[in-house]
Write a protein that binds this ligand. Structure first.
Ligand code: GDP
Ligand code: MG
Length: 177
């Protein structure tokens, strides 16, 4: 955690998208600072956080952008997507609507981003299994059909957050190498 004074071999921009309250900011906070907040305030203004990690002996700085109350349809501007090489498309496993909106987000992403962008579908809040409204199989099937990676995560319990970022970053790394 934290960026030391090491030489950076790559900077990869990753964007987080998905409906409001699905946990995007907490996923980012978990990955960048290993922190979680149950009463996170809605993010104001576009912002990003970074974390540098080593992939195959190269230092890779992940620059992760978080939407900022722009989660209404078509409110995210093209500047947000510009230069992104990875995207995390997040829904909440307890909110069916957030999953039903994923095709829209995907369409918007594909409309704005580079066509080779690496995309992972994320079903967050996997700790709330007793409130599940989206079967894992539905998401898996959708991801397969659309050629996306897929994982269920819990930012709260730190389940699969690291794996999700590593999946995207490693895939990008392999594409550029
Ligand atoms: P965003 O609007 O997509 O950025 O969502 P936030 O990160 O602000 O999270 C919205 C709410 O969901 C907050 O109250 C978080 O504490 C909560 N939350 C985020 N991730 C999880 C998770 O993995 N499990 C649970 N139980 N709550 C979460
Ligand atoms: Mg947020």
């Amino acid at each position: 955690y934290g960026d030391s004074n090491q030489k950076i071999d790559y900077v990869f921009k990753i964007v987080l998208i998905g409906d409001s309250a699905v946990g995007k900011s907490q996923i980012l906070s978990r990955f960048a600072r290993n922190e979680f907040s149950l009463d996170s305030k809605a993010t104001i203004g576009v912002e990003f956080q970074t974390r540098t990690l080593v992939i195959q002996h190269k230092s890779v700085k992940a620059q992760i952008w978080d939407t900022a109350g722009q989660e209404r349809y078509r409110a995210v501007t093209s500047a947000y997507y510009r230069g992104a090489v990875g995207a995390m498309l997040v829904y909440d496993i307890t909110k069916r609507q957030s999953f039903d909106h994923i095709p829209r987000w995907l369409e918007e992403l594909r409309g704005h981003a580079d066509k080779n962008i690496v995309i992972i579908l994320i079903g967050n809040k996997s700790d709330l299994e007793n409130q599940r409204a989206v079967p894992t199989e539905d998401a898996k099937e959708f991801a397969q059909k659309e050629g996306l990676f897929f994982l269920e995560t819990s930012a709260l319990e730190a389940t699969n957050v690291e794996t999700a970022f590593l999946t995207v970053l490693t895939e990008i790394f392999n594409i550029v190498n």
